[in-house]
Design a protein around this ligand. Structure first.
Ligand code: A2P
Length: 342
């Protein structure tokens, strides 16, 4: 067994940076649910919400201002407060001796930084012993690699073509308010206000998440392509189209996979049935398949519609659904924290 990351104690000092946001609130919820051993909890956010109170396990905690917060003595900080905030403050926390699990995209593709999905590459955490920063991958990438990795272990994957149907919660609390508000406006025959998304999201599908790049892909698509290879430690050809749909919680993905050798739906179904973190729901005769309405609020990565792609050898289709705020962000971060104290 490898050496512990943090010395053993009855409870650890934990800071949640971005505690007032959609992911931060879920981090707190999951820390409580899983009874993470906490000695001292500090919710941290911007000066806008500093001084307000959040409740954790029935007790109130005052939100601290990140700009003036001293991280000395904090063992683990879970960050979900945006990329620029993380770039500026994560190194300060790490220099104070605190492990940072960062949910932003700021550090993910840095060669020195571990990008970790506990079911896939927990060994990558070794990289964090010195620099103390660990990146939590992109939400759509996390749920995809949890399903791809066991299949890749069975027969190496050569190519993946993925299209996503992503919930608005992935864009934060204001994005959820925008979907709710626009839905009300349209049902009342009013004109809609568009602030968070590049177009109306209510009763619409927007094939545009994050900024466009010179090659025509969006940054969200690039994240899925690059992060998948880094996490799986494999040179897989991945191409992605990412779209935002008017769903509050739960990302869905249509994934087409080509393997380097014989693989079929039957084998894939039995591999996935035994895979860590995966639940297979795949019964066409009972019209049973994963959907965000049912995945929301749950922990597993749900996989269904497993079928051979008859148009190409050794290829199959999967439909993958997970709660993007839980497994796609907060739960994955807490699972990493659990390894740090193991
Ligand atoms: P605040 O509530 O003070 O704005 P979401 O992803 O739901 O939009 O939430 C973003 C989270 O990140 C919130 O908790 C927000 O705090 C926090 N945040 C955003 N910018 C900063 C910043 N510059 N410093 C600290 N926290 C920030």
């Amino acid at each position: 067994m490898s050496e512990r990351f943090i010395e053993q104690k009855d409870g650890y000092n934990v800071a949640v940076v971005g505690a007032t946001g959609a992911v931060g609130a879920t981090m707190l919820e999951i820390l409580a649910e899983r009874d993470f051993p906490i000695a001292e909890l500090t919710p941290v956010a911007s000066s806008r919400s500093a001084g307000s109170a959040i409740t954790f396990k029935g007790k109130e905690y005052i939100v601290q201002d990140l700009a003036t917060f001293d991280p000395s003595g904090v063992d683990i900080a879970l960050f979900s407060a945006g990329g620029s905030t993380s770039k500026e403050h994560a190194p300060r926390f790490a220099a104070a001796g605190c492990y940072v699990v960062d949910n932003s995209s700021a550090w993910r593709m840095d060669e020195e930084i571990a990008l970790v999905v506990p079911e896939v590459n927990p060994e990558a955490l070794e990289m964090a012993r010195d620099n103390k920063i660990i990146a939590n991958p992109n939400c759509s990438t996390i749920q995809m690699v949890v399903a791809l990795n066991p299949l890749h272990d069975a027969v190496p994957i050569e190519r993946v073509v993925v299209s996503t149907y992503q919930a608005v919660s992935g864009a934060g609390g204001k994005a959820m308010e925008e979907l709710a508000k626009q839905t009300g406006q349209l049902l009342n025959a009013q004109s809609v206000d568009v602030n968070v998304f590049p177009a109306r999201i209510a009763f619409n599908v927007i094939p545009h998440i994050d900024v466009f790049m010179d090659d025509g892909y969006t940054k969200e698509e690039r994240k899925m392509m690059d992060e998948t290879c880094k996490i799986m430690g494999a040179d897989i050809a991945v191409t992605a189209t990412t779209a935002r749909v008017p769903v509050f919680y739960g990302h869905s993905e249509s994934v087409n996979i080509t393997f380097g050798g014989p693989m079929n739906a039957e084998t894939a179904r039995s591999v996935l049935a035994d895979a860590d973190g995966v639940c297979v729901v795949d019964d066409p005769s009972g019209e049973d398949y994963p959907m965000p309405s049912e995945a929301a609020g749950t922990d597993p990565v749900w996989v269904g519609r497993i079928r051979d792609d008859g148009s190409y050898p050794n290829s199959l289709h999967l439909w993958i659904v997970a709660d993007n705020v839980r497994k796609g962000a907060a739960l994955n971060a807490v699972q990493i924290a659990e390894i740090l104290i193991r």
